[in-house]
Design a binder for this molecule. Sequence first.
Ligand code: CP
Length: 339
Amino acid sequence: PNTTLEQQLPVLSEDVSSWKGASVLSVTQMTPGGLSLVFEIAHQMRVMVQTQGADTRCQGKLLATVFYEASTRTACSFQAAMMRLGGNFLHVDGEGGNSSAAKKGESLTDTVRCLECYTDVTVLRHYNQGSVGTVIEAATKPVINAGDGVGEHPTQALLDVFTIYDELKLPLSSNATENSKPLTIVLLGDLKHGRTVHSLAKLLAKSHTAGVTLRYCAPAGLELPEEIQEYVAQFDHVTQETMTDLREACQQANILYVTRVQRERFESDEAYQAVKGSYVVDAELMQQVPSDMIVLHPLPRIDEIDPAVDSDPRAAYFREMENGMYVRMALLALVLGKV
Ligand code: CP
C-alpha cells in the first residue's frame, strides 16, 4: 500500500544531510552507504555509552513515542536512546490507554499532528499496515515507523543487520564489501505476519551485495508473502530457498533468525493452536547445527526458543536487544541533525 509513498520519501544515503528532518517508513529508503553510516554512528554510540553513559547532543529535544500496539523493546529503547542523548520523551498509548484522545475517537493523524506541536520527532507503532505512511504524508516533522501491522519494522531490521555484522565480525562499512562474505540466513517461524522478517529480507537483499542466501522455514500457511519474495528477487546476488526441515535449513548457515507465531494476527484461536510450536530451537538442535551459527530473535519469544539455549554463546538475542538502543541513538541523532 505504501509503494508510491516510499518512492516519494527521501533516499537515506551516506550523506548525513539526507537524514536530517527525514521520516523513516521503510528499509527500501536506505542505500548501502546509508546503512554503513547508521552502523558507524551506532558503533560510536556504543563506545560513548560504555565509557560515559550519555551525552548532551539532543538537549532540549523531545521525542513522542506513540504505540497503538504493545511494546517493550522498541518503545523503551527509543526512550532510553533519547535520554542518553540528553533529550527527553513523552509516551502516548492507543485507544486502550488513558494517555490519548484516541479513546474518544480522535484519528491517528490528528493525534500525531497534535503531538508534533510539542515534540521534535515521533516514533509510531500501529496495528494497521500502511497507517504510518498515511501519518507521514500529513506530518510536518520526522516520523519513524516502529511497526505498522504486518507491514514493516525498519528499525528492527537495522539493529538485526548491525548485530549480524557485529557477531560475524564483518566490516560495518559497505565501502568494505570486498572484505565481506556471502551469508546464509535462515528465517524461521511466522514469516507471513512477521514484519521484522519482511524488513530484514528486504534490507539484506538491498545492502549485502557480497551475496545472500535466504532460507525460508515456516509452518504451512505462514509463508513469506509473495510481494516480499518478489522484491528480494530483483537482486541478482540473492538466492531464495524454501525449506521445511529445520536441521537441513541450518546446514552451513551463518544465522538462524527465529520469530514467534503471532497469535494476535489469527482469525481464530483454533487456527493459532494448529501451528503454534511447529518449530522449537532447543539444546538438542543446537548440537546438530554449525558450531559458529548465531541465533537471533527480535523478541518477545513464546515457546520457539527453549530458555536452556540462552546460555549458549551462539544465542545472541540479548546482545541484539542491547544493540537496538545504539542503533536508535544513531537514528535519532541523524534525523535531528545532531551527529
Ligand atoms: N522486537 C520488538 O519489536 O519488540 P517489542 O514488541 O517489545 O517492541
